[in-house]
Design a binder for this molecule. Structure first.
Ligand code: XMP
Length: 326
């Protein structure tokens, strides 16, 4: 019988055998895979592990705190946070094209992670004990996908936080390679990780940067963060999390429409709700959310988020629409 306790015991032993007394580094994204992988490695080798979390400013509300406080408290891992918000915003200035944005975010992410890595490596080497291992939260479906050589077209240039440069000088530690997502979640729960992280719905590596149609600015990010937090809170309160695969919230920053609020005319931006139901994100259907939940979300966003005067619902399946708008 499959049992998270056994998998944890097996993986801890395997990690100890692979790593010995070596030092290990892991990039945390805020997502479940890297969080569980790092927690397993920490259980196996303790403070031989150091984790790096890059705040690129494209995170959702409260995500950084969840990693820095809740995750660190529940695991005891040593964490280095790199605040790269300024760097990402300047790199994205003036850019509206989705693929351009993805490339810039991916590039800046690798740059930032490598810099942090270099600092930690220098520090470790100074005490004569270099970092030789890198943890990756690779799951079984990722292994199959990348090894399968299926020749599927690259529709969007996907990038995962922790995505690797080519000239890698590390040996990889991949404790989740034989596991599926639901098994990873079960292990995370068994390890006592925060539920916000373990139960988190998929969120793309480029974050809110690809949920602003138009240029990414600090003001727009803040606005989208507020709208996204309202949507998540209301969906959770309505008990709909299990039914929804994920619900991107998109800001149409290049679109404005006329509205009326109080005594005045407004000229604001629309927010798009994109709730989808799916098994694996390869195909998806739009989730038939209850009207009263939609009404509550719409009222709250238009009342609480200044600059937004309209909320619209995306009723497109995948295909032909992708889940994300960019
Ligand atoms: P699409 O938009 O292609 O998304 O239908 C399919 C799934 O992948 C997620 N997604 C990403 N995940 N890095 C990621 O780690 C990315 O660059 C990325 N782009 C999309 C998306 O949220 C959905 O779950």
């Amino acid at each position: 019988d499959w049992n998270p306790g056994n998998v944890i015991a097996d993986q801890v032993a395997a990690i100890q055998a692979q790593v010995g007394s070596g030092r290990v580094i892991c990039g945390l994204s805020g997502g479940v895979d890297s969080a569980v992988a790092a927690a397993l490695v920490h259980k196996a080798v303790g403070d031989q592990l150091v984790c790096v979390f890059v705040d690129h400013g494209l995170l959702r509300q409260d995500e950084r705190r969840q990693v820095e406080e809740d995750y660190v408290k529940s695991t005891g891992v040593r964490l280095v946070t790199v605040d790269a918000r300024e760097q990402f915003i300047s790199a994205l200035a003036g850019v509206s094209d989705p693929e351009q944005k993805r490339k810039i975010i991916g590039r800046e992410f690798i740059r930032t992670f490598e810099q942090a890595q270099a600092d930690l490596i220098a520090e470790a080497a100074a005490d004569g004990d270099p970092i030789r291992f890198l943890v990756q939260g690779t799951l079984y479906p990722d292994v199959v996908e990348s090894g399968g050589g299926s020749g599927t077209a690259n529709i969007k240039s996907h990038h995962n936080v922790g995505g690797l440069p080519e000239d890698l000088q590390f040996e990889l530690v991949e404790p989740l390679r034989a596991l599926f997502k639901d098994e990873v979640r079960a292990i995370g729960r068994q390890l006592g990780l925060p539920d916000e992280i373990v139960s988190r719905q998929p969120f793309p590596g480029p974050g809110l940067g690809i949920r602003i149609v138009g240029e990414v600015t600090a003001e727009r990010l803040e606005l989208l963060r507020q709208a996204d937090a309202i949507v998540r809170a209301e969906l959770t309160a309505a008990g709909l999390d299990a039914e929804i695969w994920q619900c991107p919230v998109v800001l149409l920053a290049d679109v404005r429409s006329v509205g009326v609020q109080g005594d005045g005319r407004t000229y604001g931006h629309p927010i798009v709700l994109r709730p989808v139901s799916s098994e694996d994100a390869m195909t998806a259907d739009w989730t038939r959310l209850p009207y009263d939940v939609l009404a509550r979300i719409s009222n709250r966003i238009t009342n609480e988020v200044s600059g937004v005067n309209r909320v619209v619902l995306d009723v497109t399946s995948k295909p032909p629409g992708t889940i994300e708008w960019e």
